[in-house]
Design a binder for this molecule. Structure first.
Ligand code: FAD
Ligand code: SIN
Length: 533
């Protein structure tokens, strides 16, 4: 890695790396933080555990990002977010999002980064509508908004010398003192994060990154469920790492299920954007009966938790394994032009959305809770920040309003970097010699992929069946017990295993699943996405 020779004479030594800011994750939140910090003169390392730096939840976002529509006001957005959050959104954070967010989208994403949002023939930005928004205020790039944002951010980051992008590096654990220090006197120091142990996925060796500040930007946890819209990287690593490091997590029971993922054996949770309902598409049972009016006065545009539960109930009541989303009969726009990726994907699986309805089911989509942070992204552990989906600013409360996640990642990515640069303190209350390198087990055991797959299946089906869309105390009790047992077994296996990304993903997925199950079991009040029958 290129080093700032003056500041860090040996930026890479014995597979040790040094930087001002370590950012774990290269989605919208991590890259926004990295760009701002590096532009302020800080040396930044950004990790992605995937071989491609673009791989992230951000990359798959479809509907868009909230901005400010015509006749829209910050107060209208605040009201919509608070309403969706079902009474437990953090008003201070929501107010920051609504007042700073739209200007950041325009200044940072549109003007500085050059994201090619969809425009009218006259060149004006176009705004979409999604469920529970009182105004057309969502900027989009057809139905591949996330891909365009991710690529634009990455192109920008790649041009900045002070940003060092490490693909194929998996963060294993946060380095903290006093925990990782061999100095007994470190017990008297304030606990703080000083970097991370990371696995180089290629040579499967563990390296150390020492950083003055660490920003967790590891995204979500959808993959702990059997059915999810999330890509493979969303195994909940950041929640698990923060938990092991002693940082506070909140609201973990509020896992949002998106109402409409494509029902097809080869679809792997492919999302059918809520923007389709925003453009008029309607839900109906297999015998063409619309049902949303029965459940909410907002009909098909009710909040996500309500729509997901309504679909689930209709499926259970009728014994069906899916419902239909009919855009062909109702959409008031050119479907193929507005949703080209959805059109192509469905067609490739034999479903022509111009001619007939789309079979859909709910799927795990987003974690409303996470590592608790303040309005600057600071966690309860000194020098550890968390931004984006892994964090809990409190904005989403018990249920997230559509298209606010990308915005939150942007706003808090920028705010965390601003806070770090204005409070920079490179004083190190430890010596490097007191932090030992990674200790592998004396006799490493080779990993059997069949065992890993079976453990994943147990986690995912337990979460889906017992900690899913509709929960009961009995199911939660059973789920928690099964996961506790499994965790003991997986921990034991982890201690002896030769480390590779598969092992690390499993360990984190297991831990995060248990955190969600414990939180759900402890909260007996139905609210938002946490529904107890
Ligand atoms: P991510 O974009 O998920 O990035 C996390 C990164 O961390 C990844 O690169 C991952 O590989 C990396 N990582 C994880 N663990 C480790 C580790 N141990 N070591 C190293 N790297 C690690 N939201 C909206 O606002 N609008 C939308 O239209 C929208 N559509 C969506 C559609 C889909 C299909 C999905 C799945 C989500 C959608 N969302 C949408 C939600 C939104 O995309 C995400 O919440 C948001 O992109 C999260 O951004 P992030 O930067 O926090 O994390
Ligand atoms: C969608 O396009 O339906 C996803 C939007 C979101 O998750 O905010």
């Amino acid at each position: 890695m290129e080093a700032d020779a003056g500041k860090y004479p040996n930026m890479v030594r014995n597979k040790k790396h040094y930087c001002d800011v370590l950012v774990i994750g290269s989605g919208i939140a991590g890259l926004s933080a990295a760009i701002i910090a590096a532009e302020q003169g800080l040396d930044v390392i950004v990790l992605n555990k995937e071989a491609s730096l673009e791989e992230s939840n951000t990359q798959y976002a479809q509907g868009g990002i909230v901005c400010r529509g015509k006749d829209d006001t910050p107060q209208l957005l605040i009201d919509d977010i608070m309403e969706a959050g079902d009474g437990i959104s953090n008003l201070e954070a929501v107010t920051i999002l609504a007042s700073e967010g739209p200007a950041l989208v325009e200044e940072f994403l549109v003007k500085k980064i050059g994201v090619p949002f969809s425009r009218s023939d006259k060149g004006e930005l176009e705004y979409a509508r999604e469920a529970s928004h009182s105004s057309r205020r969502i900027l989009y790039c057809m139905d591949t908004t996330g891909r365009q944002i991710e690529q634009s951010l990455l192109q920008k980051a790649q041009k900045i010398e002070r940003i060092h992008l490490f693909a194929d590096y998996t963060a294993i654990d946060l380095l903290t003192i006093p925990h990782h220090s061999t100095n007994p006197l470190s017990l008297y120091r304030e606990p703080q994060c000083i970097g991370a142990y990371v696995l180089n996925n290629i040579d499967e060796k563990v390296e150390m990154i020492f950083s003055s500040y660490t920003v967790l930007a590891t995204g979500g946890l959808g993959r702990i469920y059997l059915h999810t819209t999330n890509p493979a990287c969303a195994t909940g690593d950041g929640f698990a790492m923060a938990y092991r490091a002693g940082a506070r997590l909140i609201n973990m029971e509020y896992v949002q299920f998106h109402p409409t993922s494509l029902f097809h054996k080869d679809a792997d949770g492919f999302l059918i954007s809520e923007a389709m309902r925003g453009e008029g598409a309607r839900l109906m049972t297999k015998d063409n009966v619309h049902f949303m009016e029965k459940y909410s006065s907002l009909g098909d545009l009710a909040p996500r938790d309500e729509v997901s539960r309504a679909i689930y109930e209709e499926m259970i009541r009728r014994g069906d394994s899916y419902v239909y989303l009919d855009s062909a009969s109702y959409a008031q726009i050119d479907i193929k032009k507005r949703f080209p990726a959805i059109y192509e994907k469905c067609l490739s699986l034999g479903i022509d959305i111009l001619k007939g309805p789309i079979p859909v089911v709910p799927a795990a989509h987003y974690s409303c809770g996470g590592v608790q942070v303040d309005t600057w992204g600071r966690t309860s552990l000194k020098n550890l920040y968390a931004v984006g989906e892994v964090s809990a600013t409190g904005i989403h409360g018990a249920n997230r309003l559509a298209s606010t996640s990308l915005l939150e990642g942007l706003v808090w990515g920028v705010r965390a970097a601003q806070h770090i640069t204005t409070h920079l303190d490179n004083e190190k209350p430890y010596t490097e010699a007191e932090i030992p390198p990674w200790q592998p087990p004396e006799k490493e055991e080779e990993v059997d992929p069949a065992l890993i797959q079976q453990d994943w299946l147990s986690i995912k089906s337990t979460m889906w069946n017992y900690v899913g869309i509709i929960r009961t105390i009995k199911r939660l009790e059973r789920g928690r017990a099964d996961l506790r047992y499994l965790r003991t077994r997986i921990d034991d296996f982890y201690r002896k295993a030769h480390l590779d990304p598969m092992v690390l993903n499993l360990r984190n997925g297991m831990q995060t699943a248990l955190i969600v199950a414990e939180a759900a079991f402890s909260n007996r009040n139905s609210r938002g996405a946490h529904f107890i029958e």
